[in-house]
Design a protein around this ligand. Structure first.
Ligand code: PFF
Length: 471
């Protein structure tokens, strides 16, 4: 039964815990598991990690609270929620276009995110097949050479038919839940998968603690070398903090719209940010002990998860089972994020055009499948197609990299920047104060952050993202 916590008669989260799990599910995803460990290791360990945590607390958390606040006040799809807050503050309703940009960003991220989700499914299949054929003892892929295991990834991404199909499967699973609504679908996937995700993450980290090279991992991730914290590295950390908390795509506005009036948004946002950060750190503590135990070097980028780790699982005892558990865990995290990404445009299409939810979700899925197919093929037959290659910052990039850069470096920071300006400077103070759940010094501190620190930091990210030579 759909309990309407929001009190507006709309579908909504059936409890505060359900909202927290769904929001953590949205935040925890490939960003935590693939990008954070690779960046933390490659960009100077402890100094990067410390700076990242500062970004989460001082920039990410205030914007997260701003987004959920707008959603909870508006009780509608993101643009409509912005419009209501603007209207009630006596300001131009053009502010709703901040959220329209967010809806577009969420759709663009969805289109390439599900391609990566499809890759994860491929590895789930490969490890499951290996476990069935060779059993649990020894490492994974005992009948393959190292070159063959490391060759799986390039072979898979250049096989267009396979990646397009995998993308479709991942989208199909996502739309299955989104079309069932908030309490009947989106919430269910979070409530079941997030606890399973945490069990797998802790289990594999404990394996690393006893069977892997935890000492070397701690040195790799936490050695404090402040001189490596250069301008571009700091901006990479801010951008990663935003992507990881799912900010700037109106996602948390959309999820916030299903939250009941009785929920304290500040406390809840803090729990979400803390859980997301803990998972990013645990991901590092889960991945590197295995990589080091196999005697491998920590690779950066996508290679860490899709080439180095499968090779590492080949070398360590119980590798097939661990590898399967690992990729199932990544798949769970990716699914709870793709569900959030799909919900943003679905809620908008459904409210704007008055379509039933399954129809709206179907339209979004079809469009994402088309753009996703172009993204998937950009690693193979379409690798020579550079849609925005005439602009220096997109030079040489295929569709997938273009979407990633366009959203991560431009549209998401713009969305987050305008959101903080909207809440800090435009929206009625009394309205904001009645929603945010803060008082005293903390309230003043949050005001300072949304009014000053967030806009300044986000403007910097944008400048450096667009003109990389500036720093
Ligand atoms: N936060 C997700 C991750 O770290 O993988 C990505 C994401 C999900 C971004 C949902 C935006 C969003 F609305």
């Amino acid at each position: 039964m759909a309990l309407t916590q929001s009190g507006s008669g709309r579908d909504g989260w059936s409890s505060r815990t359900a909202f927290i799990l769904a929001a953590i599910g949205s935040a925890v995803g490939l960003g935590n598991l693939v990008r954070f460990p690779a960046e933390a290791g490659a960009n100077g360990g402890g100094a990067f990690v410390l700076f990242y945590i500062l970004c989460i607390v001082l920039i990410g958390l205030p914007v997260l609270l701003s987004e959920t606040l707008i959603g909870r006040h508006g009780q509608a799809a993101a643009p409509e929620s912005f419009r209501k807050v603007a209207e009630q503050s006596g300001k131009s309703t053009a502010w709703e276009h901040v959220a329209s940009l967010g809806v577009l960003s969420a759709f663009l991220v969805l289109a390439f995110y599900c391609v990566l989700g499809g890759w994860v499914l491929y590895y789930v299949g490969v490890f499951a097949g290996d476990l069935f054929t060779t059993g649990i003892s020894g490492g994974a892929f005992s009948d393959m050479t190292v070159a063959e295991v490391e060759g799986l990834f390039p072979a898979m991404i250049s096989n267009g038919t396979m990646t397009v199909m995998l993308n479709l499967v991942f989208l199909a699973v996502t739309v299955f839940f989104v079309s069932r609504g908030v309490s009947g679908g989106i919430e269910k996937v979070a409530v079941y998968l997030m606890p399973a995700f945490f069990v797998l993450l802790l289990g594999i980290t404990i394996y690393g603690l006893f069977g892997g090279q935890m000492g070397r991992t701690l040195a790799y991730l936490f050695t404090f070398e402040p001189e490596r914290l250069t301008g571009p590295v700091m901006l990479a950390a801010v951008g990663q903090a935003f992507f990881s908390l799912s900010l700037g795509v109106a996602g948390m506005v959309t999820y916030g719209a299903y939250v009941g009036r009785n929920v304290n948004l500040a406390g809840t946002s803090a729990i979400i940010a803390a859980a997301d950060t803990a998972v990013a750190l645990l991901a590092g503590l889960c991945i590197f002990p295995i990589v080091f135990a196999a005697g491998l070097a920590a690779d950066g980028g996508l290679g860490l998860m899709f080439t180095t780790l499968p090779h590492a699982f080949q070398e360590i005892p119980g590798g097939s089972l661990l590898g399967l558990g690992f990729f199932v865990m990544v798949g769970f995290a990716a699914l709870t994020s793709s569900v959030a990404l799909m919900e943003v445009p679905t809620a908008w299409v459904s409210e704007r055009f008055r379509f039933a939810r399954p129809v709206a979700a179907g339209i979004v899925t079809f469009s994402a499948a088309v753009l996703g197919a172009l993204s998937a093929l950009s690693m193979g037959v379409l690798s020579g197609f550079h849609p925005l290659g005439f602009l220096p910052m997109f030079e040489g990039m295929g569709v997938l990299d273009t979407l990633d850069t366009l959203t991560g470096k431009i549209t998401m920071p713009i969305g987050a920047l305008l959101t903080s300006v909207f809440i800090g400077w435009v929206a009625n103070k009394r309205l904001v104060d009645s929603e945010n759940g803060l008082d005293g010094g903390l309230h003043l501190f949050w005001r300072f952050l949304v009014c000053w620190l967030c806009p300044i930091a986000l403007t910097l990210i944008l400048i450096v993202g667009i003109f990389p030579g500036v720093l």
